[in-house]
Design a protein around this ligand. Structure first.
Ligand SMILES: Nc1ncnc2c1ncn2[C@@H]1O[C@H](COP(=O)(O)OP(=O)(O)OP(=O)(O)O)[C@@H](O)[C@H]1O
Ligand SMILES: [Mg+2]
Length: 1059
C-alpha cells in the first residue's frame, strides 16, 4: 500500500512536497477504490486479473462491467470497448475535463483517457502516433473515432484559426458518413469504406490540419442492396430532407419508393436513422467546409442522376437489342449531367468495339444494357466519393510547412459475415486480416522478438499468427487475388466458376481454404457448389463466387466514359478527365488496387506508435443490455485479447532506450543530474536504484530498460512533473543570473571606459590649463620685471593687467561722501596721472550728485552755513561743532514771546528770536533775556519789557572770542550818556544768532573774532573788559581786575583736526 510513497527517494519527496503526497494518496485511494469495487464491477485492467489465462474469467469481467454500464476495460494501454447500444451520458464536456491531463490509470478506463494519453505522449515525445480501432461491423469503431475527435476538439488549445480547423475536422465526419455509410444488417450506420484520418498538431498541441485516406468504397451498394439493407445515406437524406425547390430542380419526388436503386433491400425507412435532420447537418457541414454553391449543386445533381439512372429501363426490340424510350429519366440525366439526351441514349445501349482498324457501335442486349447502366451508376458514385475526399482534404490541409506531429485514426470496416458474402466481404475481411497481422507484428511478435533481442528472460506466449491467411489471399502468383486477376485478364471464356476451379486447383489442401469439392463429407453439406470458404482468424466465412470477376474488373465501357467526358457538370468532368489513361490498356483490378492501398496503409502505420481500441458487439440484435456470451467469447478470441493479455502480463508495460530514459528522468537523481559520466545503462541503473525501484519491477535489457507496471512509470513521471518545475525555476534563475551578470559586466566595463575617458579628458584639460597658467605666469613675471620700462611687448600685458587691476580695485574702494578726502587707493606708478584725473573727476561727480540731491530749503540753509563758515571757519575754536547742527528759523516760539513785546514792536516783523544770558555791564550779573531781531533792530527783552533796543544802524560791530565760549559783545553807537552801552551776551546758539544778525542787519563783516580781551562800552566814556581764556572747565566770573573772566574748555575743533 505504501508502494508509491516508498518508491520516491527522500530528496525527491522533499522536492515534490505536500502536493505529491496528496496526489499519491489520491491515486492510492483510487486504486484501493477500484480494488474494493472489484467484486461489483470487475476490474478495470485485465492485467490485474488473477486468472488472466482463462477466457471465461475475461468474459466474466467484461459481462460484469457491461451490466453496470462500464463498457471500457484496459489491457495495459489497450482499450476494450463493448458497444452499449444506448446513450450512457459519459461523453459530456464535464467528463472530458475530468480526463484532460490526468494519468492514464488514475481514472476509470475511458476512450478519453486513451485519447489524452496519446495526445500527451505525442507532445512530450514529439513523434507520430495512430489509434487502430478494430472490431466487427457494428462494434462501435466509427463512434469511438468520433469520440476521440470530439475530445481533441475540446481539449486542444483554441484560437480562431484552430477553431476553424477543428470545425472542419468535426464536420468532415457527417459528410463522409452520408456518402460512405449505409444501413446493413449488422449496423444501421455501417462504414462502407475504410477511413484513415491524420490529425496534425503543431508544437503547442493545437490541431492545425488533417488528411483523410479512404479505402475501397463498396460502390456495388449503389445498384444493389441485400434484403434489409439500404444504399448510402445521402440518397435517402436528399429525397427525404431536400428542399422542395431543390427536388424540383433535380426532378426528384419526395418518395424513396419511386427509385429502384433505393428499394432493393426493401428497407428505405430505418427507425434509428433520421434522414431529414441528417440532411440538415450535411448541408451545414458542406458550407462550413466551404464547398462552393456551384460544387454543392453539381454534387446533388450527380446524386439525383444516379437515382434517375436507376429508373432507366430498357426494352428489347425485334432483334433482341436494348432500346430506350424517350423516357423522362433520360431528360433529367441530360439536364443534370449536361450531356445531350441522344448521346446518353446511345451510350447506354451500345458499346464500341474495334473491328480490325475500325470502331463500330455494337448494340447491347437488355441484360448488357442493364449491366452497363449499373456500372455507370457505380462509377459515377465511386468517383464522386473520391472527389469528395479530395475536396475535404483540400479544406483540411494545413498550409504551414513547419514540422507537425500527427495522430492517425484508423476506422476501417469491420470483419463481416453475411448469409451470402461476395467480393466486397472478401476485400473487407482481407483488410481485417491485414490489420490483425499488423497488430500481431506490432504487439505480440515484435514484443516477443524485442525481449529476445534485449536478452530479457521470457517465456514465449503462443499466439495464432494469421500470416498464413494473409498469404493465402495476397501471395504473388499463388494467392486468391492473383488467381482472380489471372482469370479476369486471361483471354477466353473466363467465368466465376472457372475462377473457382482455378482456386480449387491452386489452393487444394490449404488448411484455411475449403470448397464444396475439397470439403469432407460433413462440411460439404454446408457449402454450395459456387462457394469457397476461408477460415479467417476471426472465423469461417463462405463466399459466393458469383460476381467476383465482374466486380474485380469493374469495367466501364469506353464509349460510356467518353459520354461522361462531355458532361457540363463540373464534378463529373473532373471525375472523367480526358487525360485518363488509354482505355485500351487494362486498368489494375479492384482487388490488386486494394491490396496495394493496404500495403501503403501498413507502411504509414508502421512508421508510427500504435495504440489500440478493440470494439466488441455484445449481441447481434443491436440490443442494449444484452450480453451474448457466445458472441463476445468469439470476439475475445479473434481480437487476440487473450494473447495480448498474456503478453502484457508476462511482459513489461513500458520500455525505453537507456539514453532516452536517462535523458528524461536524470533530474530525479543527484548522481545523474545534470550529466552522467558513464554509459547510459549504468546511469539508468543508478537512477532507478535511487528512485527505489524493486528488482521485480524492472529489467535491464541490452539497449532498453523494461518497466513491468505502468504505475511504476507514472510515479516516476509524477516525480519528474514536479521536479521539472523546480528545474525550470533553477535554470531560469541561472539564466537570469547569467544574463544580469553579463549586463553588469558590460555596464561595469562601459563605466570604466567612460571613467577612463573622462579622467583622460580632465587630465588633458588640467595639463593644458597648467601649460597656459605657466605661460601666463611667465609673461606676468616678465611683465612685472619690465614694468618700469617703456611700454614694450613684454610688459604691455602686465601693465594692462595692472591698470585693470587698479581700476577694478578702485571701483570697489571709492570714497563714499564728498567730504571724505582721505579715501583714495594709492595708484601704481603708471597710473599716477590717471589716478589724479580720476580723483578729480570723481570728486566733481560726487559734488554734482550731492548738489543735485540738495533741496531748496537745505540749499538756503547751506548758504547761511556758508556765510557762517566764511566768518568763523578757522577763527573760533568751537565753530566746527556747530557745523553739523542745522539752523532754525527761530528759537523762541511766538507764544513764548510776551504779547506786550509784540504790541510794542508791532510795526516791525520778528525775524529771529533766541534766548540769551545778558551780563550786567556793572557787576556782570547774568540775566536771562530774549534777543529778538526785527527788520531794523535787535531787542533785548525781559518778559514784557524791552530792556534795550539796538537799531542796526547803531550797531557798530560784534565781538566774539577765538575760544570755545558762547559770548558775544554787541558794540552799540552811544552818543548819549543816558543811552545804554554795549551788550555782553551769552548765547547757546551763538553762530546761528550771529549769522542771522548779519543777514537781518545786512552787515557781513561787522563781526570781529578777537583773541584775549574785548573792550566794551559800559556808557559813553566808560569802558569794561571781557577776558577770554582757555581753562580746565567753563567758568564765568568777575576777575579781580574788574574784568569779566570767561574761561572755556579747549575743544578739538573738527576743522582743526581736518587741517
Ligand atoms: N459508445 C457508444 N455508446 C452508445 N452507442 C454506441 C457506442 N458505440 C456504438 N454505438 C451504437 O452502435 C452503432 C454502431 O456503431 P459504429 O457505427 O461505430 O460501428 P462500426 O464499428 O463503425 O461498424 P462498421 O464496421 O459497420 O462501420 C452506432 O450507430 C451506435 O448506435
Ligand atoms: Mg463504422
Amino acid at each position: 500500500m505504501c508502494y508509491k510513497i516508498s518508491m520516491y527517494p527522500s530528496w525527491t519527496l522533499s522536492l515534490i512536497g505536500q502536493s505529491l503526497e496528496e496526489r499519491c494518496n489520491r491515486i492510492l485511494r483510487d486504486m484501493e477504490g477500484s480494488l474494493t469495487a472489484r467484486d461489483r464491477v470487475g476490474i478495470q485492467d485485465f492485467v490485474l486479473l488473477d486468472a488472466y489465462t482463462s477466457e471465461s474469467a475475461v468474459l466474466d469481467n467484461l459481462r460484469k462491467r457491461f451490466n453496470e454500464n462500464l463498457i471500457y476495460t484496459y489491457i495495459g494501454t489497450l482499450l476494450v470497448s463493448v458497444n452499449p447500444y444506448k446513450e450512457l451520458g459519459i461523453y459530456t464536456k464535464k467528463q472530458m475535463d475530468i480526463y484532460m491531463g490526468v494519468n492514464f490509470f488514475e481514472l476509470p478506463p475511458h476512450i478519453y483517457a486513451l485519447a489524452d494519453n496519446v495526445y500527451r505522449t505525442m507532445l512530450t515525445e514529439t513523434n507520430n502516433h495512430f489509434i487502430l480501432i478494430s472490431g466487427e461491423s457494428g462494434a462501435g469503431k466509427t463512434e469511438a473515432s468520433k469520440k476521440i475527435l470530439q475530445f481533441y476538439a475540446v481539449s486542444c488549445p483554441s484560437t480562431k484559426l484552430l477553431d476553424n480547423v477543428r470545425d472542419r475536422l468535426l464536420l468532415s465526419n457527417p459528410v463522409l458518413e452520408a456518402f460512405g455509410n449505409a444501413k446493413t444488417l449488422k449496423n444501421d450506420n455501417s462504414s462502407r469504406f475504410g477511413k484513415y484520418m491524420d490529425i496534425q498538431f503543431d508544437h503547442m498541441g493545437g490541431a492545425v490540419g488533417g488528411h483523410i485516406l479512404s479505402y475501397l468504397l463498396e460502390k456495388s451498394r449503389v445498384v444493389h442492396q441485400n434484403h434489409g439493407e439500404r444504399s448510402f445515406h445521402i440518397f435517402y437524406q436528399l429525397v427525404e430532407g431536400g428542399e422542395e425547390d431543390l427536388l424540383r430542380w433535380l426532378g426528384l419526388e419526395r418518395n424513396c419508393q419511386r427509385y429502384s436503386y433505393l428499394v432493393q433491400g426493401e428497407c428505405a425507412k430505418v427507425s434509428s436513422v433520421n434522414d431529414k435532420s441528417d440532411w440538415k447537418t450535411v448541408r451545414k457541414a458542406l458550407s462550413v467546409i466551404e464547398f462552393s454553391e456551384s460544387n454543392i449543386e453539381s454534387l446533388f445533381a450527380i446524386i439525383a442522376s444516379v437515382l434517375h439512372l436507376g429508373n432507366v429501363t430498357f426494352v428489347a426490340d425485334s432483334q433482341g437489342y436494348a432500346t430506350l424510350n424517350n423516357s423522362p429519366e433520360i431528360h433529367w440525366l441530360s439536364k443534370l449531367l449536361g450531356i445531350p439526351a441522344q448521346v446518353i441514349q446511345v451510350g447506354l445501349t451500345h458499346r464500341k468495339i474495334e473491328a480490325r482498324s475500325e470502331e463500330v457501335l455494337s448494340p447491347f442486349t437488355v441484360d448488357q444494357a442493364v449491366y452497363a447502366k449499373d456500372a455507370l451508376a457505380k462509377a459515377i458514385y465511386g468517383r464522386t466519393f473520391t472527389w469528395l475526399v479530395n475536396e475535404l482534404n483540400e479544406s483540411l490541409a494545413n498550409k504551414d510547412s513547419s514540422r507537425k506531429t500527427v495522430i492517425g485514426l484508423l476506422d476501417i470496416y469491420g470483419f463481416e459475415v453475411f448469409s451470402v458474402n461476395s467480393f466486397e466481404q472478401f476485400c473487407i475481411n482481407y483488410c481485417n486480416e491485414k490489420l490483425q497481422q499488423l497488430f500481431i507484428q506490432l504487439t505480440l511478435k515484435s514484443e516477443q522478438e524485442e525481449y529476445e533481442m534485449e536478452g530479457i528472460e521470457w517465456e514465449s506466449v503462443p499466439y495464432f499468427n494469421n500470416k498464413i491467411i494473409c498469404d493465402l489471399v495476397e501471395e504473388k502468383f499463388k494467392g486468391i487475388i492473383s488467381v482472380l486477376d489471372e482469370e479476369c485478364l486471361r483471354p477466353g471464356e473466363a467465368t466465376d466458376m472457372t475462377f473457382l476451379e482455378k482456386l480449387e486447383e491452386k489452393m487444394g489442401g490449404h488448411p484455411h481454404f475449403v470448397t464444396h469439392k475439397l470439403a469432407d463429407q460433413k462440411t460439404r453439406k454446408t457449402l454450395e457448389r459456387g462457394d469457397f470458404r476461408l477460415l479467417h482468424y476471426a472465423g469461417e466465412v463462405t463466399y459466393s463466387v458469383v460476381g467476383f470477376l465482374d466486380k474485380n474488373n469493374d469495367l466501364l465501357y469506353r464509349n460510356i466514359k467518353e459520354v461522361m467526358r462531355q458532361s457540363k457538370n463540373a464534378i463529373v468532368k473532373h471525375c472523367f478527365p480526358s487525360t485518363e489513361p488509354d482505355s485500351k490498356k487494362r486498368p489494375e483490378t479492384v482487388a490488386t488496387q486494394f491490396k496495394s492501398s493496404l500495403v501503403g496503409l501498413t507502411e504509414i502505420l508502421m512508421s508510427k506508435e500504435p495504440w489500440y481500441v478493440r470494439c466488441m458487439k455484445p449481441n447481434e440484435g443491436k440490443q442494449p443490455g444484452l450480453f451474448d456470451d457466445v458472441l463476445v467469447r468469439h470476439q475475445v478470441k479473434y481480437l487476440g485479447l487473450m494473447e495480448h493479455l498474456r503478453v502484457r502480463r508476462a511482459g513489461f508495460a513500458y520500455r525505453r532506450r537507456y539514453e532516452i530514459f536517462l535523458q528524461r528522468y536524470k533530474p530525479l537523481c543527484p548522481d545523474t543530474w545534470p550529466n552522467w559520466k558513464g554509459t547510459a545503462a549504468e546511469g539508468v541503473e543508478c537512477l532507478v536504484k535511487h528512485l527505489g525501484y524493486k528488482p521485480d519491477e524492472y529489467k535491464m535489457g541490452r539497449t532498453k530498460i523494461f518497466i513491468r507496471h505502468p504505475r511504476t512509470l507514472f510515479a516516476t513521471e509524477d516525480a519528474f512533473e514536479v521536479c521539472k518545475h523546480e528545474l525550470a525555476t533553477r535554470i531560469q534563475a541561472k539564466y537570469k543570473g547569467y544574463r544580469v551578470k553579463g549586463d553588469y559586466m558590460r555596464q561595469r566595463q562601459a563605466a570604466t571606459k567612460i571613467e577612463t575617458c573622462w579622467r583622460g579628458m580632465k587630465a588633458r584639460r588640467e595639463r593644458e590649463k597648467r601649460a597656459w597658467a605657466v605661460k601666463v605666469i611667465k609673461r606676468f613675471i616678465k611683465g612685472f620685471m619690465t614694468r618700469n620700462q617703456p611700454a614694450c611687448v613684454d610688459n604691455t600685458e602686465y601693465l594692462a593687467f595692472v591698470r585693470q587691476n587698479y581700476l577694478t580695485r578702485l571701483k570697489e574702494n571709492l570714497p563714499k561722501t564728498v567730504v571724505d578726502k582721505n579715501t583714495w587707493l594709492t595708484p601704481p606708478p603708471i597710473m599716477q596721472e590717471a589716478s589724479q584725473m580720476l580723483r578729480k573727476l570723481y570728486t566733481r561727480h560726487m559734488v554734482r550728485r550731492y548738489v543735485q540731491g540738495i533741496m531748496t530749503e537745505r540749499k538756503a540753509q547751506l548758504q547761511i552755513k556758508g556765510l557762517t563758515s566764511s566768518i568763523f571757519k578757522g577763527t573760533k575754536e568751537n565753530y566746527p561743532h556747530s557745523v553739523g547742527i542745522p539752523f532754525v528759523d527761530t528759537r523762541i516760539s511766538e507764544e513764548d514771546i510776551h504779547i506786550k513785546v509784540y504790541q510794542m514792536i508791532r510795526q516791525e516783523r520778528i525775524k529771529y528770536s533766541v534766548p540769551v544770558v545778558k551780563y550786567d555791564r556793572n557787576g556782570f550779573r547774568p540775566r536771562f533775556r530774549q534777543l529778538i531781531y526785527t527788520g531794523s533792530a535787535a531787542y533785548l527783552v525781559e518778559e514784557a519789557k524791552i530792556k534795550q533796543r539796538v537799531e542796526f544802524n547803531n550797531l557798530k560791530g560784534v565781538s566774539v572770542s577765538t575760544l570755545s565760549d558762547n559770548f558775544l559783545i554787541l558794540h552799540v553807537q552811544c552818543e548819549d550818556i543816558k543811552q545804554k552801552g554795549d551788550l555782553v551776551l551769552q548765547c547757546d546758539y551763538l553762530f546761528e544768532a550771529l549769522t542771522k544778525l548779519c543777514l537781518v542787519a545786512n552787515k557781513h563783516n561787522f563781526i570781529k573774532v578777537v583773541q584775549g580781551s574785548v573792550k566794551f562800552d559800559i556808557q559813553p566814556g566808560r569802558e569794561g573788559f571781557v577776558d577770554f581764556k582757555s581753562g580746565q572747565e567753563t567758568m564765568i566770573y568777575r576777575a579781580k581786575n574788574g574784568h569779566l573772566m570767561v574761561e572755556s574748555t579747549r575743544t578739538k575743533s573738527r576743522a582743526m583736526i581736518q587741517n
